[in-house]
Design a binder for this molecule. Sequence first.
Ligand code: HEC
Length: 118
Amino acid sequence: MMLETFYTRAAVGDHEGALVVKRNYGPEGVTADEVIGDPSGHLGAITIMFQREEGYDPDTGNWFYAKYLADGTLDQNPQGMSLAGLVGKGADAGCIACHQNAGGDDYLFTTDANLTGN
Ligand code: HEC
């Protein structure tokens, strides 16, 4: 796996918030040269976290999660539920179930930087 993660801010409607976009390249064992030579051919999925407005879900830091497949469609869990929103909240598996263990209590693994603009 090779990963590329971008940290930025984005506006959706009249709300502006932190946006983290991760490109997941594969398959397992792929080399950096192979990915750089043909990024779109190796793209497996795009996962995003977008920090929504106060009150969206204060329990989990107001993060909205989504996982897209390389063709741009939303991925689904085995039960056919689209992976978008508070995925895995209160569950044993899923985005929130895992991300709640990230350091800094901000649901982000790769950084504890303040992306919230507050
Ligand atoms: C089993 C644990 C686990 C699950 C489930 C999981 N993640 Fe992650 N995620 C991680 C880890 C560990 C990292 C940091 C290393 C990396 O980038 O892979 C990460 C990184 C990320 C990042 C980059 C920001 C950060 O936290 O550093 C995004 C965005 C992300 N995940 C989105 C998602 C979405 C969306 C889902 C659900 C569809 C999801 N993740 C499910 C463990 C998980």
